[in-house]
Design a protein around this ligand. Structure first.
Ligand code: GDP
Ligand code: MG
Length: 219
């Protein structure tokens, strides 16, 4: 059985932001439940996986970590390719990591599907005595770009699970919505084929669901 058969959906999420913001720490906290104080950055892309279930659908999320290339502005097209979600990270104690968000977002937008879901995470919330970025300015940035925003701490494991899971849930809901639209169009065209050859790893539709959709779309 291949990975594609095992999961209803496989999503790719990329994590971007300045070096030192805590991207690797956040990913490790989320996918492995660990925080390593002596983090060394490695070279090459690192992949982490997270599996969960939403509405009876088995979801695998691949989380891509730049593993250091961001220091040389060498994050490539391949890294962004086919990502459905973006985690944009800055460090609340480092104002330049916040100022650079605009560059990161603009670069991501060049490479990524306009429908990709984005979340902004202000990391190191445990270091509130060293805060250099106010919650207010981060909220304004998020509002301007219509993205969700949370302050998190990889160290204290604060909001980390919630942040990543809400992104995955947003991606899932967008995909299942698009899938329903696609299926509706197929039904309207009279060309619906209930095979696995549908996009988004769609599970085959039951006759009952098909009937409901026909009523919804074709009335
Ligand atoms: P990356 O370059 O964006 O991948 O950042 P890293 O995950 O390598 O983290 C950079 C440094 O910040 C490391 O020394 C981490 O231990 C530290 N760090 C990461 N997250 C946190 C956090 O939430 N709180 C604190 N206090 N330190 C953190
Ligand atoms: Mg890193």
């Amino acid at each position: 059985m291949s990975i594609q058969d095992e999961f209803d959906y496989i999503f790719k999420v990329v994590v971007i932001g300045d070096s030192g913001a805590g991207k690797t720490s956040l990913i490790k906290q989320f996918s492995l439940g660990e925080f390593d104080k002596e983090m060394r950055s490695t070279l090459g892309v690192e992949l982490f996986v997270y599996n969960n279930v939403i509405a009876d659908k088995k979801i695998r999320t691949q989380i891509w970590d730049t593993a250091g290339q961001e220091r040389f502005k060498a994050v490539t097209n391949l890294y962004y390719r086919k990502a459905s979600g973006v985690v944009l990270v800055y460090d609340i104690t480092n104002h330049s990591s916040f100022r650079n968000l605009q560059n990161w977002l603009s670069e991501a937008q060049i490479h990524i599907d306009p429908d990709a879901c984005v979340i902004l995470l202000g990391n190191k919330s445990d270091l509130r005595h060293l805060r250099a970025v106010t919650r207010d300015e981060a909220e304004q940035f998020a509002k301007k770009h219509d993205i969700n925003f949370l302050e998190v701490s990889a160290k204290d494991n604060a909001n980390v699970k919630y942040g990543f899971e809400s992104l995955i849930s947003e991606i899932y809901h967008l995909h299942s919505f698009k899938q329903t639209e696609y299926e509706c169009r197929q039904i309207q065209n009279g060309s619906v084929t209930l095979t696995s050859a549908q996009p988004y790893n769609a599970a085959s539709i039951s006759q009952e669901k098909l009937k409901q959709m026909r009523e919804k779309c074709c009335s």
